[in-house]
Design a protein. Structure first.
Length: 99
């Protein structure tokens, strides 16, 4: 339990540092036209090891028609990967998440 609490604290500090870098302009968003499905696939690929280790199942439904965004694909992929990682961490083994 102590290790989990330490990991939470480390993550909170990392998040605060990230927010600080963004507000001071130290992180530049590199916006481009990007397809949402490609960003989601990238996030799933990055999160797959954590999902597999957690024993969770992931089902994804992507619209047939492409959805384009003006966004930073790396940062957006990070956002989705963080959501997937949290879902995997806090879902009971054998659990299922769909999106």
């Amino acid at each position: 339990m102590m290790e989990r609490q330490i990991n939470h604290m480390v993550r909170l500090v990392d998040d605060l540092l990230e927010i600080s870098r963004i507000t001071r302009g130290k992180i530049e968003l590199r916006k481009e036209r990007v397809e949402l499905a490609a960003v989601i696939r990238s996030a799933v690929e990055a999160s797959r090891p954590i999902i597999d280790v957690a024993g969770a199942q992931l089902a994804i439904s992507i619209p047939r028609e492409p959805i384009f965004l003006e966004a930073d694909p790396v940062r957006l992929s990070q956002v989705f990967a963080n959501l997937l990682n949290n879902a995997a961490k806090y879902t009971d083994a054998g659990g299922q998440k769909s999106g």
